[in-house]
Write a protein that binds this ligand. Structure first.
Ligand SMILES: CC(C)(COP(=O)(O)OP(=O)(O)OC[C@H]1O[C@@H](n2cnc3c(N)ncnc32)[C@H](O)[C@@H]1OP(=O)(O)O)[C@@H](O)C(=O)NCCC(=O)NCCS
Length: 145
């Protein structure tokens, strides 16, 4: 049985998940961020959404919904384990975050995605995100909510 939990997990649990799933990202997450510091920051500031299949963690999303002045939430990471991809779970996570942000008065959600991560770009476009800016390596995408 699949379910989503927003119960906050410790930095240690977040780090363990991200280390195990670093290669799921294009390019690998560990090459772009310091996973230890990243996990600490997520634990401190982000809303966490975990996907479970019974007792097993099969997906994770972290979103900063802490900038009410700009009414903008920021998705900092989202991933679904390989075996569980393509079943609508990523979409479920996004909806969970967007609904939460919307219910708290936020008007926009933003994110950064690597230009070579075409699967993730298609995924976000399918959910109504559009490219608003770019850097050498990344696209910045947004969705009004
Ligand atoms: C991006 C990711 C979270 C999507 O999760 P998912 O559960 O597989 O996605 P869903 O099943 O909810 O897909 C929803 C829609 O997104 C699009 N999509 C998802 N994966 C896609 C892919 N590989 N290629 C093209 N479109 C894709 C499809 O339109 C899909 O709808 P459809 O199944 O009706 O065609 C997942 O592929 C992942 O974990 N990627 C590795 C980590 C990563 O790169 N995260 C993003 C970092 S910014």
């Amino acid at each position: 049985m699949i379910k989503i939990s927003n119960q906050k997990k410790t930095k240690k649990v977040i780090l363990k998940y991200l280390e195990a799933n670093s290669n799921n990202f294009i390019p690998p997450l560990s090459g772009r961020v310091n996973l230890d510091l990243f996990s600490k920051k997520i634990n401190k500031y982000a809303r966490q959404s975990w996907v479970f299949d019974r007792d097993e963690i099969v997906g994770f999303m972290a979103c900063y919904v802490n900038d009410p002045e700009n009414e903008t939430a920021y998705i900092t990471t989202i991933s679904i384990l390989e075996k569980y991809k393509g079943q609508g779970l990523g979409m479920m996570l996004l909806k969970d975050c967007i609904d939460f942000a919307k219910n708290n008065g936020f008007k926009k959600v933003k994110l950064e995605v690597s230009k070579i991560n075409t699967a993730a770009i298609s995924f976000y476009e399918k959910q109504g995100f559009y490219i608003v800016d770019c850097s050498f390596l990344s696209f910045f995408m947004a969705k009004n909510i």
